[in-house]
Ligand binder design. Structure first.
Ligand code: FAQ
Length: 316
């Protein structure tokens, strides 16, 4: 039987009081091991999602229809790389290293968001990702600005500001296509049809199947359940789709006056589980491209380490 040292009980009481008072836990503060490992898991998955998420959109940089669209898309994809960096840095404050986390991503021991295993088939997909995927990301991440762990919460503030710009550019792109020729309108509608359901899956499994939610909410890492945030997202999107002149591919969408929410149809959780198991349309392509990029970047890491060694700084 493990015994708890009195100093640990006292530290745990301070931790519990800090969380209860809605104050922040900082890197040097004592924290339960499970709190630390939950944060590393979530922040690492989040960081991995940001950098894997660069791939589907980067696919369209060379084929953007105008210089303006190309500049916007390049800026967005670079922002995602930046988000990955803030998040890996936040995870490092918990005593892990970026190398270790990347190794876990490359060997399949850590996940990234299911959404990035779907292909970007047309230019309209860039709009649908901005509107729906960044829209879902913001809905999930705004509450994370109030996460109990300081470095993660602070990283989220900047990430959310940038994601808002991403969401707006996607909405504006889709609006332009929707008001364009019949073919452009059809392309926008097709993209929304393909991205809608996977975007709803981004919020994670239903509450009764979410293994981590209850503890993460008790620790104030998560502030809302998966289903609450999913519902919030649907309620935001329905009027926006109407303003775009596009429809959402769900015949069950109906306004429930009593609840004050839009009801929506059943999500295909079997598809979600398959994607998580590695059987989505692009899982293999995404991870092998990531491994290849990492190998091709070895000379940059070596050069940075050699430079740091020459100038007497520890390599990072
Ligand atoms: N995909 O018990 P829960 C973005 C896993 S950023 C894959 O509910 P939790 C920006 C979950 O990890 C998008 N796996 O888990 C961008 C767990 O597995 P584990 C990423 C998923 O952590 C835009 C298991 O299922 N955002 O898009 C997914 O309490 C455009 C049980 O689930 C974040 O990461 C999923 N969708 O809640 C970039 C936000 N859902 O770890 C480029 C931070 C669940 O036991 C272009 N993360 N799983 O093996 C979170 O808020 C939470 O981690 C949730 C999941 C809500 C995702």
């Amino acid at each position: 039987m493990t015994t708890i040292a009195p100093e640990d009980t006292a530290r745990e009481a301070v931790f519990d009081a800090t969380v209860a008072a809605d104050e922040r836990i900082e890197p040097r503060d004592w924290m339960p091991d499970a709190y630390r490992s939950t944060l590393v898991r979530q922040i690492a998955q989040h960081a991995h999602s940001e950098i894997i998420g660069m791939q589907p959109e980067a696919n369209w940089i060379t084929r953007a229809p105008s210089l303006r669209r190309k500049a916007i898309l390049m800026a967005k994809v670079q922002d995602e790389a930046g988000h990955g960096l803030y998040l890996y840095s936040a995870a490092e404050t918990l005593g892990t290293s970026r190398d270790e986390l990347l190794d876990k991503l490359h060997s399949g021991r850590q996940k990234y968001s299911s959404i990035f295993n779907y292909p970007t088939l047309t230019w309209a997909d860039v709009g649908a990702i901005g509107w729906l995927v960044d829209g879902a990301a913001i809905t999930n991440q705004v509450p994370l600005c109030r996460c109990s762990y300081g470095p993660y919460a602070r990283a989220m503030v900047r990430v959310c500001k940038e994601e808002s710009f991403h969401q707006r550019q996607g909405y504006e792109l889709l609006l332009t296509l929707s008001r364009g020729t019949d073919a452009q309108h059809a392309m926008a509608q097709d993209a929304v049809n393909r991205w809608w359901w996977p975007s709803l899956m981004m919020f994670g499994p239903p509450d009764d199947e979410s293994s981590h939610s209850a503890q993460s909410m008790a620790w104030k890492i998560k502030r809302h359940s998966n289903d609450e945030l999913r519902q919030r997202f649907v309620d935001i999107c329905v009027p926006q789709a109407e303003a775009l002149g596009l429809t959402l591919p769900d015949p069950d969408l109906t306004w429930n006056d009593k609840r004050g929410h839009w009801e929506f149809g059943p999500i295909d959780w079997a598809e979600f589980r398959e994607v998580l198991k590695g059987n989505g349309p692009c899982n293999e392509e995404r991870i092998s491209r990531r491994r290849q990029a990492h190998e091709e970047g070895a000379w940059v890491r070596d050069a940075a380490a050699a430079h740091a060694a020459k100038h007497g700084k520890a390599s990072r």
